[in-house]
Design a protein around this ligand. Structure first.
Ligand code: GDP
Ligand code: MG
Length: 131
């Protein structure tokens, strides 16, 4: 059990990160799971209102650690020190997106990037960050 738990903790995942239009300037399918929500049309207007910055991040536990950095959906509930907590005011203008599971990370990366568009690289400080 323990080795399996350790292996799960050490799993290298991928997550899709997007700076939303308000983040750049101060995808419709992407949010298909929210189609039934009352705020869906307003959210689509928002997310297609300007350019976004797309990123794919990879690392151990990258999905929850990126979400922690991003903060709660409602910026008023987001902790100080998080991106939404420090930089946003309303849910409808919350600056940044991050995938909510490794499966969605893969799905969203495939949606936003074509084959060959991602580059892999190793930061020089990696041995000092990861044992
Ligand atoms: P996230 O995973 O924290 O981004 O939150 P969700 O997956 O629940 O919602 C996706 C996005 O929809 C959020 O980041 C917001 O931009 C938007 N959203 C969620 N709830 C609301 C809402 O009540 N009103 C509006 N206008 N937008 C919302
Ligand atoms: Mg979400």
């Amino acid at each position: 059990f323990l080795p399996r738990l350790m292996a799960a903790l050490e799993q290298v995942d991928q997550t899709y990160i997007m700076v939303k239009p308000d983040g750049v300037q101060r995808g419709l399918e992407h949010y298909k799971d929210l189609k039934q929500k009352p705020f869906f049309p307003a959210m689509i207007d928002y997310i297609t209102s300007g350019p976004v910055v797309s990123m794919a991040w990879e690392g151990i536990g990258v999905v929850p650690s990126a979400r922690k950095l991003i903060g709660a959906t409602d910026p008023l509930q987001a902790e100080p020190g998080t991106i939404r907590g420090d930089l946003a005011v309303q849910r409808g203008r919350n600056v940044i997106h991050g995938s909510d599971s490794p499966e969605n990370g893969q799905r969203e990366i495939a949606l936003w990037f074509k084959e060959g568009e991602l580059c892999e690289w190793t930061p020089v400080q990696e041995p000092w960050l990861i044992e």
